[in-house]
Design a protein around this ligand. Structure first.
Ligand SMILES: NC(=O)C1=CN([C@@H]2O[C@H](COP(=O)(O)OP(=O)(O)OC[C@H]3O[C@@H](n4cnc5c(N)ncnc54)[C@H](O)[C@@H]3O)[C@@H](O)[C@H]2O)[C@H](O)CC1
Length: 538
């Protein structure tokens, strides 16, 4: 398999198990991987908790420990957390007797001796489970609950007492952050109906397919690159699904040559806005000018163009005649086509509004513009993808950036559908690059799906998609990579900046455009010399 340098394969649990067995040829290799996993999980927890508040010194951690290697990873993560927070308190719920633990899990437990409290889970009902959790936490609940019960070997059914324990923990309100080691217990190639309800799943070494089923069924996915693919055996893997790593940003973090000028970095045209949604266009333009593109020209409804240009003087603003609806009049398209030789890519859609005129405008763009064109928001029409289907191969790609509702419209399906095959065949048949937005955004060119796991619910607010389309189109306009890579790069930057925003200011009381101020830190924190483990970037 030709593995892109910036993405790692997503495997079924069965394939992951087989691949791991080729890498872990003895206990020493396995123990080393477990230690890396434990350290990675603890680092992620310390980082991700900050979306709520700083972790307190005296935090209370509950670890659910099964007898296998997931249990061992959870225990090693607890050891790391204790090393950073010596005043933390760790309670373990063990579902097996210490004699029944696998040797490396027993070794991890031994390493915590004297520093943690152990509890056996011998209750018979969910209510008794809640009483136990109350008694362990002295009624104060837990800052973190770490699920290391079951891993990728799980096969349904979920047996007692694990079902009672998982239900009791799922229903227990007083837990701030619920973290699953690798996969939530109960998930797998075959899943049980009842699963540990994770806020975060920390995929250790290999991102498994069940993590990407449905819409965030396993919470937010954090892929921990443990170096499993730096191995000759990786060549033999095949499949269409990959998880992106921050390595995709590495080419952006280079000193620019002294001789360059703005024309070297492309010129993006943005067409959008309407009298009642000028803000969406504004946000896309703001993001585009931050993308590194040399020039941005925005085509805006004439009634708002002057006001918008005062907000982003870096862009050039062309007033566009309006319809009686306050939308862009399609008859004015020569305004753009007369200048098209100056552009390197076009974005159509943010704030465009939905009427017959904007529909005609979007169709005209898809037909007439030979450059790469990104269609977003109200630019996403089924006629646009039908036109893309017949597009000449010498023309730039058409990129569509729907959320599931918009995808259903352009793919003409009636139910939300996260099946990878649906996305692959849609992108292949219509000859488009599709960025399907949501938790775990999927980017697909008809052959490959790239999962972007960065970002989070801080993005669930008006305008996040407008920033994304501005960034993506700005990346494409720079012409320094193929369109698929440029789209993935924009998505990764957007998600990492969102994480930084959420950690600095929380998920709730923020403005969408605050994300823009965290973009520079994303690039500036890249450790360009690191060859493993995701460039040390977060
Ligand atoms: N001020 C205005 O003019 C507005 C106009 N609007 C119109 O809507 C579109 C664009 O919509 P937008 O609000 O930007 O949202 P999208 O759905 O396109 O994109 C969302 C963005 O956020 C990510 N995301 C959301 N939830 C999660 C999550 N739980 N986890 C991870 N990521 C998440 C998602 O992946 C996308 O990247 C605009 O052009 C106008 O036509 C809006 O109504 C806003 C105000």
């Amino acid at each position: 398999m030709n593995i892109p340098s910036f993405a790692h394969p997503v495997l079924s649990c069965a394939d992951a198990k087989q691949y791991e067995s080729k890498l872990m040829t003895d206990d020493a290799a396995e123990w080393a991987a477990m230690q890396k996993a434990g350290a990675g999980i603890s680092r992620c927890i310390m980082r991700d908790y900050q979306e709520l508040r700083p972790l307190p010194d005296h935090m209370r951690i509950l670890a659910l420990v099964g007898k296998g290697h997931n249990g061992g990873d959870a225990l090693l993560a607890c050891g790391e957390l204790l090393a950073h927070f010596p005043r933390a308190r760790v309670d373990l719920i063990l579902t097996a007797s210490p004699d029944d633990l696998k040797p490396l899990c027993a070794r991890a437990l031994k390493g915590l001796e004297g520093r943690v409290k152990r509890h056996r889970f011998e209750v018979e009902s969910v209510e008794q489970g809640h009483d136990l959790l109350d008694s362990i936490s002295e009624g104060r609940g837990f800052h973190i609950c770490l699920d290391g019960l079951l891993g990728m070997d799980f096969r349904p059914p979920l047996r007692s007492p694990l079902d009672v324990l998982i239900q009791a923990v799922n229903d227990y309100d007083a837990i701030d952050l619920r973290a699953a080691v690798d996969l939530p217990s109960g998930a797998g190639d075959e899943a049980s109906e009842l699963k540990f309800e994770a806020d975060f799943s920390y995929a250790t070494g290999i991102a498994k397919k069940p993590l990407f089923e449905g819409i965030a069924n396993c919470g937010r996915v954090r892929y921990l690159d443990l170096g499993f693919y730096n191995h000759p055996e990786a060549e033999a893997l095949d499949g269409a699904e990959y998880v992106l790593t921050p390595r995709i940003l590495k080419p952006l973090n280079k000193l620019r040559p002294a001789s360059v000028d703005k024309r070297k970095f492309g010129h993006l045209f943005i067409v959008g806005g309407s009298a009642y949604m000028p803000g969406a266009l504004l946000m896309s333009v703001q993001a585009a000018v931050r993308s590194g593109v040399g020039l941005v020209t925005a085509f805006a409804p004439e009634s708002v163009a002057a006001a918008l240009s005062a907000q982003v003087p870096e862009a050039m603003w062309v007033p566009w005649p309006e319809t009686s609806n306050g939308t862009l009049n399609p008859r004015a398209i020569p305004l753009l086509m007369d200048r098209i030789s100056m552009a390197s890519a076009v974005l159509v859609g943010p704030g465009l509004g939905h009427d017959r005129n904007t529909e005609l405008l979007a169709q005209d763009m898809a037909t007439k513009v030979e450059l790469p064109v990104v269609f977003d928001a109200d630019g996403l029409r089924s006629r646009v993808v039908e036109i893309a289907q017949k597009r000449k191969s010498s023309y730039g790609k058409i990129v569509v950036t729907p959320h599931m509702g918009e995808f259903m419209r352009i793919a003409k399906i009636t139910e939300p559908d996260y099946d990878p095959e649906t996305l692959l065949s849609f992108s292949r048949i219509y000859n488009v690059i599709t960025l399907l937005k949501g938790a775990n955004t999927r980017i697909c060119d008809g052959e490959t799906i790239l999962y972007n796991t960065t970002g989070g619910p801080v993005l669930s607010r008006g305008g996040s998609g407008d920033l994304l389309s501005g960034l993506i189109a700005g990346m494409i306009a720079q012409n320094n990579s193929d369109e698929m890579t440029a789209v993935a790069r924009g998505a990764m930057l957007h998600g990492l900046a969102a994480q930084r925003l959420a950690r600095a200011r929380g998920q709730i009381m923020v403005n969408t455009t605050q994300l823009l101020d965290y973009l520079p830190d994303v690039l500036r924190s890249l450790d360009v010399n690191s060859r493993t483990r995701g460039l040390g970037l977060s």
